[in-house]
Design a protein around this ligand. Structure first.
Ligand SMILES: [Zn+2]
Length: 295
């Protein structure tokens, strides 16, 4: 089972780390994502998992990366219990490798805005946003955390896509320096994180989420505070699909009924729900508040 860990180092620093290979491969497969799209979606899914590390109970975080590049928007959300799901608007996008021979996520995402919405069970959800600085997602999230949430952070995200298109390694970490942290610790972390090998290399070598947290904090040490499971899981269901159709109104449902069936595909997981004549008729009766005639 893949996990997310929350760890504390000395000198007032925190780390959140996650190995997400299976989770990202599942997303890649469900959406049939091409390599560049899979890397971008995988980084966003990993980022949203990391952002969920401090959530509890029914709380949820949604990350939206809305760039003007060919990928279109990327939307991911994660619950406190570790259910992660997400989609990219144009999963078929694949760009030539960048001049550093890497998947060019930055060009595929483009310029735009990163939005974070946290449903903390309060009356209004918390919302913050920041402009995308590179479209590479890790840098964008670090900028957002520093600017919008005022927490200086280093973020590393990685997704390795094999020549056959499968995701063979994925993971990431966020390191945060608390306001009362020793300034020396901050300088050390900056240099240390920059000198680390790519996350995907550590994951390929068999690193666990806790190992990633330890690697990220280096000589500041990592005391693991919590470890919780993460997996790709969608909350869609037949009932929810019927609920969405009901919102369209009786007239729309009637015209679907005239066509004989309705097919709804969940954007988050690709599941297809087919409602036949019987289901649509029952929905229509419910919307009109009338009962079927007794035979
Ligand atoms: Zn779904």
């Amino acid at each position: 089972m893949e996990t997310l860990v929350r760890a504390m180092g000395s000198e007032g620093v925190l780390a959140f780390a996650c190995v997400s290979t299976r989770l990202v491969e599942e997303a890649r497969r469900r959406h049939g994502a091409a390599p560049t799209a899979a890397a971008a979606l995988g980084r966003a899914l990993t980022a949203s998992s990391l952002l969920s590390a401090t959530l509890e109970g029914q709380q949820k975080v949604t990350l939206r990366i809305l760039g003007d590049g060919p990928l279109g928007g990327i939307v991911t959300d994660t619950t406190a219990s570790g259910d992660v799901r997400g989609y990219v608007q144009n999963p078929a996008v694949h760009l030539p490798l960048s001049n550093r021979r890497k998947l060019d996520v930055g060009a595929a995402v483009g310029r735009g805005t990163l939005h974070v919405t946290k449903d903390l069970g309060l009356r209004w959800p918390y919302h913050g946003s920041a402009p995308l600085v590179s479209g590479e997602i890790a840098e964008d999230l670090a900028y957002y955390l520093a600017q919008s949430e005022q927490v200086p952070s280093a973020v590393s995200l990685g997704v390795l896509v094999e020549p056959d298109g499968r995701v063979s390694a994925a993971g990431g970490f966020i390191v945060q320096v608390m306001p009362d942290a020793d300034p020396g610790a901050r300088d050390y972390l900056e240099a240390h994180v920059r000198a680390l090998p790519p996350v995907t290399q550590l994951v390929q070598q068999g690193a666990s989420s806790a190992d990633l947290a330890r690697a990220a904090l280096g000589r500041l040490g990592a005391h693991i505070l919590e470890e919780r499971p993460v997996r790709y899981r969608c909350t869609c269901s037949r009932e929810r699909v019927e609920g969405v159709l009901a919102l369209l109104g009786a007239e729309e449902v009637e015209s679907l009924l005239a066509e004989g069936r309705a097919e709804v595909r969940c954007r988050f997981c690709g599941e297809v729900y087919v409602l036949g004549r019987q289901a649509l008729q029952e929905l229509l009766w419910r919307l009109r508040g009338s009962r079927p005639p007794v035979a």
